[in-house]
Design a protein around this ligand. Sequence first.
Ligand code: AMP
Ligand code: ZN
Length: 114
Amino acid sequence: MSDCLFCKIVAGEIPCDQVHADDDFLAFRDINPQAPAHVLVIPRRHIAALTDLTDGDADLVGRLHVTGARVAAALGLEESGYRFVINCGRDGCQTVPHLHLHILGGRPLGWPPG
Ligand code: AMP
Ligand code: ZN
């Protein structure tokens, strides 16, 4: 997707503060962090949103979470805990239409979300 911000990050056309990279995923620090640790994990392949997932994406989405857990551990968040968030659509406050898993941690997070 040539006009997708996160595809441009995957392609190296826009810089990011990378914390993890492998064949299928990239993880980088959020540019507008909402917690002391705020990292986004994205699949390299463009998937716009949760609403676009198909049965064939089950393995990828599972590994997205496994990768996120490993990144959270590498960030030192295992003992204190952390939160995964995937926003979807207007009411979910998704602003970048390329599937991404937020990892938030480093402070107590409120619940329920506002
Ligand atoms: P969402 O609202 O769930 O779509 O989250 C999109 C996230 O991407 C927001 O938290 C933004 O701060 C973050 N973001 C936008 N542009 C960049 C960028 N160039 N590098 C890192 N994070 C970004
Ligand atoms: Zn994309």
